[in-house]
Design a protein around this ligand. Sequence first.
Ligand code: PEP
Length: 247
Amino acid sequence: MRPFIVANWKMHGLKADMNEVKAIDSAAAKFDHIDVGIGLPATLIHLAAQNAGHAQIGAQDCHQAQQGAHTGCLSAAMLSEAGASFSIVGHSERRADQAETSRLIAQKARSLQNASMGAILCIGEDLATRQSGTALDFVAGQLVESLALADDTSLSPERLTIAYEPIWAIGTGHVPELTDIAAMHSKLRSQLVSSFGPAGDAIRILYGGSVKASNAKDILALKNVNGALVGGASLKAESFVPIIAAA
Ligand code: PEP
């Protein structure tokens, strides 16, 4: 399975940062056995797509509807036309700040799949859940809920990537024990196979949460860790490219 290393720029980035996109794109050309994605603010997607020939350009959210009276929102078709080939959905910051539910996130992912775009669907537990010892079951349940569509159908396993991001590890410098990451990814793999059959084995499961050059190699070597979703360390090519190299 090709590793997938994805940058999440969150609400960072102006045109002046296009040099970082170009440098990441050069690394994507060099490490051509790895898929590299850059999840950008929507304002930069078009320009970045014009400047990148190797890295996949993506968004960080997408509305679930194809069009309509949704002021300020962007549809999958709009993101695709701007040059995005994927979008992150269900990031914990959006689940918290915009009160997004797993049900809504499944609809957003479906909307992306319908537009032939990839969906990187994020799940992960908070610190209290981790400390209570129930993280494995909680996150597996969140995955099931985030795959389910209202009409009793499920998302397609095609163009689907899962990102396991423990909320307490995002932007904190704290990373779970390697054994805990491995246990979670193994649990999620079993759940994907149970949901999709053999197709569940081909879905990439990324780890996200304080990934940096110094810990990337050990994390990415774990079974069922098929890549990384990287926030802070992805804003500059000089800290992101070594993570690509570690894969
Ligand atoms: C993220 O928010 O997706 C993330 C992984 O952030 P960081 O790498 O900064 O922890």
